[in-house]
Design a protein. Structure first.
Lengths: 127, 226
């Protein structure tokens, strides 16, 4: 095999691996925020009727860009479940669900390097 | 493993030590509308309208909200009797005196700022071998949400962002990256990446809130009980 062919084969594999890692990371970010994760320490969303948890979804914007976001029916309270600041009235924010907790987005962002490491290991790449 | 109780108390005690602005011990007089001094400057000391002021050394102590700051006078909400100037007194802005610490009954006062704390462990993992005697790394966050006032006393148009921002900035300085806190037999360290950060001021019907996030990590030896 010529050097150029070998180089092309490596390039194709790197691109494929990168795409696989990116896809896996985005999926784990969504899952960490919505359901919680031992990798990030995110508790996931509180659940009463499941509207808040179901409001989290991923929009694939391009092969290298994705948006993980919440909205729709949960738009009125998704932020206060994140930071614990009761809107609009203020005062103590009380979580009534035994499932999930606060700061799931924050902890997922903090844990992003660990997500990348975990996905890479799962795919048999890196270490 | 670390004692989360000890880590929590260590972080809380760090927050309790906050001094946003102070006169230090000096000669001060109390007026019916606030406080006065003969020298120095309340402005230079860092006082800003909207902060909660705690007097010390006076015969009667009435905590109030600063509504106006001049070099030699400071207007504060609340009713006070005039007290002549004398030494060994101080005026200080620190952590709000109303504190919603975890799992305690708390009722906010619409005329006073308050702070809400959350101690939130995140991850725990072994980082060495063998299991016995090796190291466990734990991470988590300490959230402090400062609820400030939008208006009080003669200030009806709003205090603006300065008081809330300066208070939380001072709090953030207490938790600079790399800060080491003794937590029982172990130490809790403030993380470098992510480092402590504040967010956006959240306007509320009863004032405005600003949250400080303090990410921490700690190492401890793994001890397996017999």
């Amino acid at each position: 095999m010529a050097f150029a062919d070998e180089w092309k084969r490596i390039t194709v594999k790197v691109l494929a691996d990168t795409q696989a890692v990116f896809t896996g990371v985005v999926a784990d970010v969504n899952s960490s925020i919505a359901f919680g994760s031992t990798v990030t320490g995110s508790p996931g969303q509180p659940v009463d009727e499941g509207i808040l948890r179901a409001s989290w979804g991923t929009t694939w914007q391009s092969p290298t860009s994705a948006l993980v976001a919440s909205g729709g029916a949960a738009a009125g309270y998704n932020m206060q479940n994140e930071d614990g600041i009761a809107r609009p009235g203020g005062g103590p924010y009380i979580q009534r669900s035994a499932v999930g907790g606060r700061h799931s987005v924050s902890k997922t962002i903090d844990g992003l390097p660990r997500i990348v490491e975990d996905v890479t290991k799962r795919l048999g790449l890196g270490q | 493993m670390i004692s989360n109780s000890a880590a929590h108390i260590a972080l809380r005690n760090r927050a309790r030590s906050l001094v946003v602005a102070t006169t230090g011990s000096m000669s001060l007089a109390q007026t019916t509308t606030g406080f006065s001094r003969a020298s120095g400057s309340f402005v230079t000391d860092g006082f800003v309208a909207g902060m909660e002021l705690v007097p010390a050394g006076f015969s009667t102590i009435v905590v109030g909200i600063i509504t106006d700051v001049q070099a030699l006078t400071m207007a504060v909400t609340g009713t006070r009797a005039a007290i002549a100037a004398a030494g060994s007194r101080s005026l200080t802005v620190g952590l709000p005196t109303l504190r919603a610490f975890e799992n305690q009954i708390f009722t906010p006062d619409p005329l006073r700022p308050y702070v809400v704390e959350e101690y939130s462990p995140s991850t725990s993992e072994m980082v060495g071998y063998p299991d016995a005697g090796s190291t466990i790394k734990e991470t988590g966050d300490y959230f402090l949400t400062w609820h400030g006032l939008t208006a009080a006393g003669a200030i009806t148009g709003g205090f603006g962002a300065a008081a809330l921002r300066q208070c939380v900035d001072a709090l953030k300085l207490l938790f600079a990256p790399g800060t080491i806190l003794v937590a029982g037999a172990h130490t809790v360290r403030v993380r470098r990446n992510p480092a402590p950060q504040t967010g956006q001021i959240i306007p509320l019907a009863t004032g405005a809130a600003l949250q400080l996030k303090v990410p921490w990590w700690a190492l401890s030896p793994n001890t397996i009980a017999a």
